[in-house]
Design a protein around this ligand. Structure first.
Ligand code: C5P
Length: 224
């Protein structure tokens, strides 16, 4: 049996990017490494939680002691997250692609010499964080991330309301910060109670501190 402050708690974590196919050989993606989400999954497991890590394509190792569900697209990620419910808490750290190509080509798109490239018609992906936050099986604590390059805190506060989650971990991913793909992070924890500015620390330390806060929010409440 697992021990620790989150023993007996079920947690779902999303991590990494999603890949949205254009045709059999091409896809839309982003620069997420999965480092922060994987570190959170590992820290939750160390705190005794039973962790399902739904991960997009990453090159980093799966953390010890968690169940990894590998996915590629946002729609697969949503299905895997819903299949993992019910849970006591969810941390959505994945950098989900906002858009996918409306009709994935069954064959590789060919260039036609002398003619314009075909436009890509994009449609919106499901919002996994918002879906889970309003789900009939909503976990009692839902944490989202906000990676912004401008107006960090006002965007994070707006996101909290729009997504319906409990906390937002906001980080500045402007070029030059080295955060996207790097090992360090500087975040702000935004909740209805206000904004906490955390000092710069490693992504592992951000994970440990977040898990401490999560454990604190569960301590003293028996059923979550
Ligand atoms: O709207 P935005 O992408 O900035 O929101 C970021 C937060 O929402 C992150 O927690 C991310 O994992 C989550 N998200 C999601 N599904 C989407 C888009 C974002 O779960 N389609």
């Amino acid at each position: 049996p697992l021990t620790g402050p989150l023993a007996g708690r079920r947690a779902i974590v999303t991590s990494g990017p999603t890949h949205e196919p254009i045709d059999p050989v091409r896809y839309i993606a982003n620069r997420s490494s999965g480092k922060q989400g994987h570190a959170i999954a590992a820290a939750l497991a160390r705190a005794g939680a039973e962790v399902t890590l739904v991960s997009g394509p990453v090159t980093i190792a799966p953390p010890a002691g968690v169940t990894v569900v590998p996915v590629e697209t946002a729609r697969e990620m949503l299905a895997a997250v819903e299949a993992a419910l019910p849970a006591d808490l969810a941390v959505m750290a994945a950098a989900v692609a906002d858009w996918r190509v409306a009709a994935e080509g069954a064959e590789k798109i060919k260039k036609a010499p002398g003619s314009e490239p075909a436009p890509l018609h994009l449609v919106e992906n499901p919002d996994i964080l918002a879906t889970v936050s309003r789900h009939p099986k909503r976990p009692s604590l839902v944490v989202g991330f906000a990676a912004e390059t401008q107006n960090l805190l006002s965007n994070a506060a707006a996101k909290l309301a729009r997504k319906g989650c409990d906390w937002i971990v906001a980080n500045d991913v402007s070029p030059g910060t080295g955060i996207m793909g790097g090992d360090r992070n500087r975040v702000h924890l935004v909740s209805a109670a206000g904004v906490e500015d955390w000092p710069e620390m490693s992504k592992d330390e951000v994970a440990a501190r977040l898990v401490q806060r999560i454990a604190g929010s569960f301590s003293g409440s028996l059923g979550g």
